[in-house]
Structures are given as structure tokens and as C-alpha cells.
Design a protein around this ligand. Sequence first.
Ligand code: SF4
Length: 208
Amino acid sequence: MTAAPYVPETRSLRVLADAVQACRGCELYRDTTQAVFGDGARRAATMVVGEQPGDREDLAGEPFVGPAGKVLDRALGDAGFDRRSVWLTNVVKHFAFRRQQGSKRRIHRKPGRTEIVACRPWLDAELRVVRPSLVVCLGATAAQALLGSSFRVSRRRGELITAELGEPPRSVDVVATVHPSAVLRSDDRKRAYAALVDDLRVARAAAG
Ligand code: SF4
């Protein structure tokens, strides 16, 4: 399974965003409303990468518009970023979920490795066109997809790392932190939020 045959050779993010709707690179397109491509500034110096669109994003067709997105917006602002100047995206472009038994409610499930690998050509296309100098990974799925499966966010969050990313590979600064949904799940939201902002401040300083 791979998205590769569906990714057009183009420098246009608009063309990529249209093309992703026809992707059948894995099974996730079934049962979803639409693919959710990245969004933001075309030549953003900073790319923020999450895991996958959630229920709200699937319905809206835009990344980070749900509750976690609101946390991210506030944290980016508190760290000194302007959300409009970054490119926001996910490693997987369709919503992975399971149905709650006896209900229509869609419960987020972590995308599998096969789905993450299948979807990677879309993220590589975004990296190729946007050409960020800094990538912020939100959560373990994004960090391990970009920095390797042995990467542990819990140990290395907030650390400035240089990595070869994209296809063809290019040297990029990377900072990994938790996904903003982890702040919402935390018993101590205030503290978890402050730690997220601290990590994003490292990224902001590296972005210059
Ligand atoms: S999740 Fe990615 S690879 Fe799978 S169908 Fe959607 S866009 Fe294609």
C-alpha cells in the first residue's frame, strides 16, 4: 500500500490538496468524509506535523480545527509563533477511527504503521514544496515517522535535533513535543500546557 501513484509531480500545494481527495493508497479513505491536507503559509519556515485529522477535522476538511487545535493555536501564540505563518499538517491524511459499539460515535484510533508508511509520499510532497527550515513534531506518531521508531518523545521532547527529512532528503531542524490532545487528557492541564509551550519556545528560537 502506498500513496505514491496518487501524488502528482507539482510545485502547487493547491494541486496536491485536490489530488489527495482521490488517494486510495490505503484503506483509510473508506468511511471518512474527506482527506485533510495541510494548511497554512505556502513558504512557511516552520512546518508543524501531527498524527492525523480527528472527527472535527474530517468533517471540516481542515487540520487542527477541533479542541486539540485550539490548544495548539494558543500554545503557538504563547511561544511566539503566528499560526498564519506556519504550515500545519499530519503524517496521515485520512481520519483513522473505530465505531463505539451501539453508537455512531467515531473514536480516534492510532493509525497503523502500514497506513503511516503508505501516506508518507504526501508528507514528503509537502516538505518538498513548502521547504521548511524547522519541523515541529506533535506526539509520538509524528516524531517516530520522521525521526525513527526508536525515538522517544518522553525523553527527547524540547530538544533541537538536526535530521535529514523528505524525498530527496534535506537537512532540517526538528523539535518534538507532545500532541496537544495530550494536554487535554492530562490530570494537570496547566502544567502540561506550560511544558508544551516551553518546547515550542525552543522551536521558535531555532526558527529565528
Ligand atoms: S490515509 Fe493517506 S495513503 Fe491512506 S488513503 Fe488517505 S491519503 Fe491515501
